[in-house]
Design a protein around this ligand. Sequence first.
Ligand code: SF4
Length: 283
Amino acid sequence: MQPPLTPQDHNRQIEGMTYVYPVMSRRAGGLSIGINFNPNNACNWRCIYCQVPDLQRGSAPDINFTQLADELQRFLDYVLNGSFYSDFQVQPAHRQIKDIAISGNGESTSVREFARAIQLIGEIATTHGLFPGCRFILISNGSLIHHSATQQGLKTLHQFNGELWFKIDSATAAGRKLINNCVLSDRQLLDNLTVATGLCTTRIQTCMLHYQEAWSEQEQQAYLDLLSQIKQRQLAIAEILLYSVARQSFQPEAGQLKSVDIDTLNAFANRIRAIGYSVKVTP
Ligand code: SF4
């Protein structure tokens, strides 16, 4: 018997696998099968709320495709035909695979042969009859979408009706430096978002939090202005996913971060809706 899986439990070693891990997802309301291309805990950003321990700057290592395929097939067999749900004491109401989420301990699109990996995962999920009932999600900071290899991966994702969750935590370069510790110009962000929306279904994921001047009224207005600009450009944004910090950050700023309460999230969501977007708030 294993300890129960809870939404707080994001232990990526739970099955002793390198690439595949289960999460009871508070966003999805069921089992999310996570795929981690970054077992080296390397990312090109360093978000102050990042929950990856020992995060380092860098890219994902090359994938062992035989191992990835073996792990995913074994895990799906364990869930679909084995005793996974009872072993992990998953509540009956949550005993369904809601999504396969490529969400690594770093930026997933930094891996070489990104499109091949998406293809492999999509084919295995198809063989196991997961689609269309299960979503296929790529969670990304969106910073590498100007690379043709990333674009090829997004096209492949689209072939499986997959979707991209594109991170925007600030509409200003200074805000992104403060929150994400990245250097990303407004123009690059908009260019990458434009390319992404042309290739696959795209949702914007945004984490509001209290930390210094991040999400000041000025920052909030800049974010709304950016969304208005995106609307004017007629970029197809399926939804805005708005949430706050819910789990322990492993970054030095952890002690200075405070989550934003649900009333504030809802109030800001209404300002976004007034521009014409669909918004999903997760406390
Ligand atoms: S982009 Fe994701 S993995 Fe990278 S530092 Fe930010 S939260 Fe962590």
